[in-house]
Ligand binder design. Structure first.
Ligand code: ACM
Ligand code: ZN
Length: 752
């Protein structure tokens, strides 16, 4: 059957069936037939006149999950075969495909490489989940329902970003990431290769970029599942980089799946590793570095012509490795105070008639834009490149909201929307849920139809300061990536979040077979800490909707498949930290709920007055520090939680201590609100862990306490930006939640 024949198919034998197979992203149009579908077997012929990479993709899927590949032919009878048929030129849109499956075979029409790949990815989701492996299945029938699909993307830019600077990811994981991108019919991999965490790509002319710039010592940040904390740890040598050969292989692997790899070579800021390797490129007249062993700046000197020579050399080698039309040059978060202090930068501003440092950044970006354009490429940058005037050829990636993207589109520039509101997959699910991501629309109402054409699409970003492992990266992207993919691929009309959430959960079984982690929330627990007399019953609430099973450990380890399955409350008679987690069938844990259980003991307390003992510390933290190892700048007493004791508005920590007066036995409900992180301990047990860098959000926890005095401690830190802290409590037998201050006592000023 040719394409014209398919288009003219009598619709009579196709029914708009009530239950459609769960395909993500949802195809534009899908009709289930009434007849039998098609069964793929080792005798099925694969007819592919054009020798597409899509048929290689299909063969590799079959090999993994079914243990066979198909005999192929360039020509042959499409009856009983899987056929990949090139549609006549102009018959289909970019990326469009049509798929017909019936008892007489599977026929796919495509117009371009993308269309063929997308058709195979749809076919994959029509096949049983066992197609994902991990080992060939012998028993499954590889049946595909009778179906007719017409499908094409809404946007041409459907991107996933990965920061490999803050944490380095092996080439094998990059290919896995590309598999995920392809599975979701996305087509841009934005590879964030340069940032303050390390330079990650081999450049032959400047070997120190990798021999020096790809490695760091000491500080490594990340989410530590075993410690349940975000934190900076003294690490050994950390880093890595991609060789040119590895980059070429990855670029080809992506191209075979019709994914364009857009390299990001950050400039002029976020270039700490470059300046560690080549300090000549740093500004003049700078104060000494705040951190020993680190360069005092992370911004190129734009007043020095050497900088441009260096960048052009680097870009030459980058363009040799990456065929991408777009080269991303970053441009975000440039600390312009370096330029303000620098004699060379100031001279340059005078010579070029630039009135401020924003104009100097614009001057810099325009020169790079011109250079890239001279090589037939286009510059892309974060929305800060609008400041001081946008370079003529620039495409803007809007991240600080959508205003930058709107301004750029209105002035006739192409834009990709990637606002923090929906597209930051490093943000916790509690603040950016899958359901919320699904409400993303890259085209703002503020744009008219002509301006809206400049919106190429959207992209999700995965910054890895807090993502040290492959499993954590997968946990952060899945299933949000399904939501992002669908907002960028499928028509906007008829979106139903509930329907989508059901459909996207069909991916979990596939992800399990692929060995991928995905988000499973921490199980709900009745009590987040228990101070018990005799014994405690520790209760978790089993959510039957959850795709994972609820396991627990009693020794403070991360639950595994070997840990007991939770069926009834766990009885504890001595001090223990019980950890509950949903586990995927392959044993990957979701977020952990921990319940600290300690034998209750009340304190003998005398000569106290209402208020907190407070200690103030200075330093740059990303998690509540271990105060036992630190010396406070100042200590004192405060009647209520506040910040009077501080000297600065940023980079400080507070340790607040006292005795909590429990008026009766029972469950105490605490609510802590903080910006940034905080931890509440009562009687030595962690009741609320609200640690890590975040905005002003509340977290709550329950603890059973016997009547009497209990030690209470709040650990708090402030990084940058706004800061706040408050604690409220509901005592048993009352219905009101009140400020906790009135229940807290300590030895007054001048006393320990
Ligand atoms: C960014 O998130 N700094 C682009
Ligand atoms: Zn300078």
């Amino acid at each position: 059957m040719n394409l014209a024949a398919l288009l003219l198919l009598p619709s009579g034998h196709i029914a708009a069936a009530p239950s459609l197979p769960p395909v993500v992203p949802k195809p534009v149009s899908m009709h289930v037939g009434t007849g039998r579908g098609f069964t793929v077997s080792r005798n099925t012929l694969l007819v592919d006149e054009n020798g597409t990479t899509a048929s290689a993709l299909l063969q590799s899927l079959l090999k993994r999950g079914a243990g066979f590949t198909l005999k192929t032919a360039k020509h042959g009878n499409t009856r009983g075969a899987i056929s990949l048929i090139k549609a006549p030129k102009g018959a289909l849109r970019q990326g469009e495909y049509k798929l017909h499956s019936g008892s007489d075979g599977i026929r796919i029409w495509f117009g371009d490489k993308g269309g063929a790949v997308y058709a195979v990815q749809t076919l994959r989701q029509l096949l049983p989940q066992a197609i994902e492996g991990p080992k060939p299945s012998t028993t499954t029938k590889w049946s595909v329902p009778a179906i007719e699909i017409t499908d094409y993307p809404r946007f041409s830019w459907r991107g996933m970003h990965l920061d490999v600077s803050r944490h380095f990811f092996q080439p094998s994981f990059i290919e896995k990431y590309l598999d995920y991108i392809s599975m979701m019919k996305m087509n841009v991999f934005h590879w964030h290769l340069v940032d303050d965490g390390g330079w990650r790509i081999e450049i032959e002319k400047y070997p120190k970029l990798t021999s020096v710039g790809a490695w760091r010592y000491g500080i490594t940040t990340g989410w530590d599942q075993s410690k349940l904390s975000y934190g900076a740890e003294a690490g050994a040598k950390y880093g890595g980089f991609y060789t040119k050969a590895q980059v070429r292989e990855i670029v080809k692997y992506a191209a075979d799946r019709d994914i364009n790899v857009v390299p990001e070579i950050e400039m002029p800021g976020h270039t700490m590793p470059v300046l560690a390797a080549y300090p000549d490129l740093m500004c003049q007249n700078q104060p000494a570095s705040a951190v020993s062993g680190q360069p005092s700046s992370n911004v190129y000197c734009v007043g020095n012509e050497k900088t441009f020579g260096f960048i052009q050399d680097v870009l030459d080698e980058v363009m040799e490795m990456f065929p991408s039309k777009w080269i991303h040059i970053g441009g975000d978060e440039v600390d312009k105070s370096y330029w303000h202090r620098c004699s060379l930068c100031q001279e340059k501003m005078k010579a070029e008639g630039l009135k401020n440092e924003e104009s100097l950044q614009s001057y810099f970006v325009k020169r790079i834009d011109k250079y890239l354009a001279s090589k037939g490429r286009r510059l892309m940058g974060w929305d800060e490149i609008l400041e001081g005037g946008l370079a003529p050829g620039a495409t803007v990636m809007s991240w600080r909201g959508i205003d930058g993207g709107i301004a750029a589109a209105k002035s006739g520039h192409d834009v990709v929307m990637s606002p923090t509101s929906h597209c930051y997959f490093d943000f916790a699910y509690s603040g950016q849920s899958t359901e919320h991501v699904y409400t993303f629309d890259p085209v703002p109402a503020a744009l008219n139809a002509t301006q809206a054409k400049h919106v190429l699409g959207g992209q999700a970003n995965v910054w890895t300061e807090w993502i040290p492992t492959e499993a954590r990266a997968e946990f952060m992207i899945w299933p949000r990536m399904g939501a992002m993919a669908e907002t960028l691929w499928s028509p906007k009309a008829g979106r139903d979040t509930g329907e989508f959430m059901g459909r996207v959960s069909s991916l979990f079984g596939r992800l399990d077979r692929l060995g991928s982690s995905y988000f499973l929330p921490a199980p709900q627990v009745a009590m987040s800490a228990i101070l018990f007399k005799g014994k405690a019953k520790v209760e978790a609430i089993q959510d039957k909707q959850m795709p994972g099973k609820l396991h627990y450990s009693i020794d403070g380890t991360v639950p595994t498949l070997k840990s007991p399955l939770y069926t009834k409350p766990v009885t504890v008679t001595k001090a223990a930290s019980i950890r509950f987690a949903y586990l995927t069938p392959s044993g990957k844990p979701g977020d952990i709920a921990q319940v600290d259980c300690l034998p209750a003991h009340t304190e003998k307390v005398a000569n106290v007055q209402n208020g907190w003992k407070a200690a103030y510390y200075e330093g740059s933290w990303t998690a509540v520090p271990n105060f036992a190892k630190l010396k406070p700048v100042i200590s004192g007493f405060m009647n209520r939680i506040g910040f009077d004791i501080r000297h600065h508005d940023e980079n400080f920590a507070l340790d607040l201590n006292g005795y909590f007066k429990a008026p009766k036995d029972g469950v105490y409900h605490f609510e802590i609100s903080s910006d940034d992180g905080s931890i509440l301990k009562v009687g030595g047990a962690t009741v609320i862990n609200h640690d890590g860098s975040h905005g002003g959000t509340m977290k709550d926890g329950n603890v059973w306490l016997p009547k009497g005095w209990h030690k209470i401690e709040i650990g708090y830190y402030q990084g940058s930006g706004a800061y706040s802290l408050s604690l409220a409590v509901k005592v048993p037998g009352t219905s009101k939640i009140a400020k906790a201050d009135s229940f807290v006592y300590s030895h007054g000023p001048g006393r320990d």
